[in-house]
Design a protein around this ligand. Structure first.
Ligand SMILES: Nc1ncnc2c1ncn2[C@@H]1O[C@H](COP(=O)(O)OP(=O)(O)OP(=O)(O)O)[C@@H](O)[C@H]1O
Length: 258
């Protein structure tokens, strides 16, 4: 039995074992191993095209890996999807929503798919729309939402069934600062209450402020992983990130014609 398959209280919230994906000649994810302990606030960092979305999509059962496995509290996401997905709340990036529903209907539909009772769905939907500042948008079709509003209704859908593990792809992208502060607060309270959050981001300040643990992904490989302090090593996270991913620095000569 591999460690990720341990079921029970001491199982990692999320364990990835040799997860790999290729698109044609492009190796998007090169066989990654990762353990996220329950109760962690885990930030997945990486430059554009590093493989973050591909990794998270495979980890939550949205994209079938070419090789490897993913376990949520010991339940194999692909072999035992019902139990794994019961524990999971997911905010995917770029996955089409049922956007011809309004916000309230989308939450209602999500709750019914989750097997929740209609009264409970109504009460929680009301709370979530209120907290996320979407009450007025409750009657608006999701197709007419702004990018930030779509993120927020997606987050509401992920939270609705009170999952134990949240996997959020770029939850702060396109969200205004007031909403971002609110989402940070909700997620911090969720982790203090024993939940686990794994999220991808490009925003170092958010990761430094929130995360207990960090991994940096580049070219489909995990380059470094550990507690925030271990990864930072007493430096700015941004400096570590640029060094780890091999970023170029400006010479001042770029686009001289501009
Ligand atoms: N459906 C697909 N078909 C072909 N190539 C893909 C597909 N999805 C992802 N890729 C490629 O796989 C690599 C990893 O993409 P991925 O979206 O996982 O990166 P990312 O780290 O999430 O990037 P970003 O920060 O820009 O969102 C990229 O080179 C991308 O072009």
């Amino acid at each position: 039995m591999v460690p990720g398959q341990r079921v029970g209280g001491d199982a990692p919230a999320l364990a990835l074992r040799g997860l790999a994906k290729r698109f044609g000649d492009k190796i998007a994810v090169a066989g990654i191993d990762l353990d996220v302990a329950a109760g962690s606030f885990f930030g997945l960092l990486g430059p554009n095209g590093a493989g973050k979305t591909t990794s998270l999509s495979m980890a939550v059962g949205l994209l079938r890996p070419d090789a490897g496995a993913a376990y949520v509290q010991g339940h194999d996401v692909w072999a035992d999807p019902l139990e794994a997905k019961r524990l999971l709340g997911v905010l995917p990036d770029g996955v089409r929503m049922f956007d011809r529903l309004n916000g309230r209907e989308l939450l209602g539909y999500t709750g019914l798919l989750r097997g929740m009772a209609p009264d409970e769905i109504d009460a929680r939907a009301r709370d979530l729309l209120d907290v996320l500042g979407l009450v007025d948008a409750g009657q608006t079709l999701v197709v007419d939402y702004s990018a930030g509003m779509r993120k927020k209704i997606g987050l509401a859908c992920a939270l609705l069934h009170a999952p134990r593990v949240l996997v959020l792809d770029e939850p702060f992208e396109a969200v205004d600062p007031v909403s971002a502060a609110l989402i940070r607060d909700i997620l911090q309270r969720y982790v203090h209450g024993g939940g686990t959050v794994i999220f991808s981001s490009h925003v170092m300040q958010v990761v430094e402020r929130l995360c207990s643990h960090v991994a940096i992904l580049a070219d489909g490989h995990i380059k470094t992983v550990g507690t925030l302090d271990e990864v930072r090593g007493g430096r700015d996270l941004e400096d570590v990130f640029v060094e780890v991913v091999g970023g170029r620095t400006a010479t001042g000569q770029e686009l001289s014609w501009l």
